[in-house]
Design a protein. Sequence first.
Length: 98
Amino acid sequence: MSPLFKASRWTSGNHLFPTVIEITGEAVVLRKRSWVSTSEKTIHLARVASVGIEAGLLFADVRIESSGGGEDIVSHGHWKGDARRIREIIQEWQTRNL
């Protein structure tokens, strides 16, 4: 089962439909729902250049930068522990596979 990291409903833009980051065996997937649609961005783990975390008191913003020239994945309002775990999972995968 792939780990899912859901943004806190207490943060701006996540009250009704919180953003979800899923890390599959091969990719990082960001899903953002709205009333009528779903937006999804995917970066293959081999194409992740870096993972940045901008942390506040409780919550953190996560930026996953792509080395392939595509769009970065940016997600706001994750718990700081979840943001650190996202970075750890990606770094562990890169250490094993690159």
